[in-house]
Structures are given as structure tokens and as C-alpha cells.
Design a protein around this ligand. Structure first.
Ligand SMILES: Cc1cc2nc3c(=O)[nH]c(=O)nc-3n(C[C@H](O)[C@H](O)[C@H](O)COP(=O)(O)O)c2cc1C
Length: 201
């Protein structure tokens, strides 16, 4: 006997509301799959580049995700050149895949970055003091230094700290159900939802 999808996944508005709820909660729930999305950029050769990042905050009313990164990292230059990015989450417990695209901006050395830095844990701040810079070739795996958690050098990492914000423009959900998957697509132009449709899975 095939199981029907729970009512939620047969309702486009409820699907959308549930994904935003999961994203909002995911920023502060370590065990949530939404806490560590995969972020895709485009490299200078046109090839996609993926990496896991921690979701630090969500501004629900403007559909904007906040993540933290090192200004010296490869992804920052990629975003400066091509700010369109993609975001992927798969939550195996919920049997839900979410794919999004959006426009990324980097804040560095400004009030946005300063506030986020001041609210970051010392353990997280320490990562931004890595020497040499992330991605530098080193002779052995351990040939790098990090400032100690409460050392004066910790503050120097602020110069490398950047906030990545992604304004979500499209979203596609895929809910896996024995009785038939549910796939939905959504798109926005500014504050306006311009597409809300079911798709064949
Ligand atoms: C669980 C996990 C969480 C991570 N969180 C972040 C993060 O929040 N910010 C970040 O810049 N890199 C994070 N990383 C490291 C990135 O995946 C990536 O290796 C690094 O940022 C270099 O990427 P880039 O060369 O594309 O800039 C995380 C990696 C893992 C495995």
C-alpha cells in the first residue's frame, strides 16, 4: 500500500512556509541539515565550485541568508566576478531536497561585518587568523598557524572576516514520498512572488 504525502507537501503555500521555517530554525540548530548548506559559485574557468558552509542567520522578510567566510578565500573572488550563486540542502530525516539560486554580496570591514564579528564565538573567530591564507600550498598538512582562542592575535582575524549574504530568487523543493514525490518551484522578483507551481518529479 502506497502512503500519500502528508498534507503539507500537497499545499504549495504550506511547502514554501515550511522551507522558510526550516531555514530560519537551521541557522541556530546545529543538528539540522539546514545548518550546513552547500553553496555553489562559478569559477573563472566557468566550472561550478561547491563547498559546505554554516548558515548563520536568515532574514525571512527579505529572503536573505547570512554566512561567514574569509575574505582571502577563493569563493570571495568568484562571487565578486559572478555574484549569482546556488544553495543546496538535503534533509534525509524530512526526505526533502531544497535547491535555491540567488544574488550574493560580500560585506567586509563595514558595520555588517563588525556586528557579525562581535557576535561570533572566539573559537570561530580563531579560524580567520589562519596563516598562511586559506588555499595556500604548504609543505605538510600541519604547516599553518591559528591564533589561540583568547590571545591578543585573535582580534587580527577581523581584518579577514567577511559576511556573505544571499538574496534568494528561486527555490525548488523535492519531497520524497512512497506514494509519489512532490516537486514544486517558486521564484521572486524583488518582494513579489512571480512563480509558484508544481512540477512533475
Ligand atoms: C561542516 C563544514 C562547515 C564549514 N563552514 C564554513 C563556513 O561557514 N564558511 C567558510 O568560508 N567555509 C566553511 N567551510 C569550509 C568550506 O567548505 C571550504 O572548504 C573553504 O571555505 C574553502 O572554500 P573556497 O576555496 O571555495 O573559498 C566548512 C566546511 C565544513 C566541512
Amino acid at each position: 500500500m502506497q502512503q500519500p504525502a502528508p498534507w503539507l507537501w500537497d499545499d504549495l503555500d504550506a511547502t514554501l512556509a515550511e522551507v522558510w521555517r526550516c531555514l530560519g530554525a537551521g541557522a541556530s540548530t546545529r543538528r539540522s541539515a539546514f545548518h550546513h548548506p552547500t553553496i555553489a559559485t562559478t569559477g573563472p574557468d566557468g566550472a561550478p565550485r561547491l563547498r559546505t558552509m554554516i548558515l548563520r542567520g536568515v532574514e525571512l522578510e527579505i529572503r536573505r541568508l547570512r554566512l561567514h567566510t574569509d575574505i582571502r578565500g577563493t569563493k570571495v573572488a568568484e562571487i565578486a566576478a559572478k555574484p549569482r550563486v546556488a544553495v543546496h540542502v538535503y534533509d534525509p530525516g524530512m526526505k526533502l531536497q531544497v535547491r535555491m539560486t540567488g544574488l550574493a554580496t560580500i560585506s567586509h570591514g563595514d558595520p555588517v561585518a563588525r556586528t557579525a564579528w562581535q557576535n561570533a564565538q572566539p573559537m570561530s573567530q580563531a579560524c580567520y587568523g589562519t596563516r598562511p591564507a586559506p588555499g595556500t600550498t604548504i609543505a605538510a598538512g600541519g604547516d599553518f598557524v591559528l591564533p589561540a582562542s583568547h590571545s591578543p592575535e585573535l582580534a587580527e582575524g577581523e581584518a579577514n572576516f567577511a559576511v556573505l549574504r544571499i538574496a534568494i530568487e528561486t527555490m525548488e523543493t523535492l519531497y520524497l514520498a512512497h506514494g509519489g514525490h512532490r516537486r514544486a518551484t517558486f521564484a521572486w522578483e524583488g518582494a513579489t512572488l512571480i512563480r509558484k507551481d508544481w512540477l512533475a518529479p
